[in-house]
Write a protein that binds this ligand. Structure first.
Ligand code: C5P
Length: 224
């Protein structure tokens, strides 16, 4: 059976990654969380006090960043590693969400991450979620989904997620962060967040995660 690339793009906290993970598991595909890669770069730059306004320093830092995804049998999840260190929990925290859009708008960072993502998906059989997968990373993806949802509903979902991880953050702070990220992501010069012309739009405001996954799997079955 031929394997395809499924690109899931859209605004922050629409349920892209949870859906992508479920779809990948059901199809026996690899799942690649490209947001985690930009979060990992953000963590490295922060830890090493690298100024985001200094493209040369950022470019140099990129040579020292190795991102991988390791399967953890205890959690049953693929976890993000930066230079072999598990950073899965750290990169989900608010202080990373606060800077990740500025980091991911730096063209040098995007060139490096997009090249790695293209390499990771070259054999196809992947579900990749992000902001520019259908437009830039895999413009030839066989199935492209663009997710949207009401911003308040997205913020509420994100708040629950953070609470489950023990981080208490106010709804206003989360909403402000989501809107700021969406704005920066949509207005950057390199790889802006945009619906590809051939992407199918899905508003996830009032549907469950299982329904989202069922819908994507059904569309994928029609393509395979
Ligand atoms: O998906 P997640 O919310 O974890 O992504 C974090 C951030 O990484 C986004 O707000 C965006 O700035 C950036 N990103 C990106 N391109 C991607 C994936 C994520 O610019 N393909």
């Amino acid at each position: 059976m031929p394997k395809i690339v499924i690109a899931i793009d859209g605004y922050s906290s629409c349920g892209k990654s949870t859906t992508a993970k479920q779809v990948a598991a059901r199809l026996g595909y690899a799942y690649i969380d490209t947001g985690a890669m930009y979060r990992a770069v953000s963590l490295f730059l922060l830890q090493n006090h690298i100024a985001l306004t200094n493209p040369k320093a950022v470019q140099e830092a990129l040579h020292h960043i190795h991102i991988s995804f390791n399967f953890n049998p205890k959690t049953g999840r693929n976890e993000t590693c930066l230079n072999s260190l598990n950073i899965e929990e750290e990169i989900r925290k608010m202080y990373i969400s606060d800077i990740v859009s500025e980091v991911s708008a730096i063209p040098e960072v995007r060139y490096a991450m997009v090249a790695q993502q293209q390499k990771m998906g070259r054999k196809r059989g992947v579900v990749m979620d992000g902001r520019d997968i259908g437009t830039k990373v895999f413009p030839d993806a066989e199935l492209k989904i663009f997710m949207t949802a009401d911003p308040v509903i997205r913020a509420q979902r994100r708040q629950i997620e953070l609470l489950q991880k023990g981080e208490m953050v106010g709804l206003d702070e989360i909403l402000t962060n989501l809107k700021k990220r969406d704005f920066i992501d949509s207005n950057r010069s390199e790889g802006p967040l945009r619906k590809a012309d051939d992407a199918i739009e899905l508003d996830t405001s009032y549907i469950t995660l299982d329904e989202q996954a069922d819908w994507v799997v059904q569309l994928a079955d029609e393509k395979i």
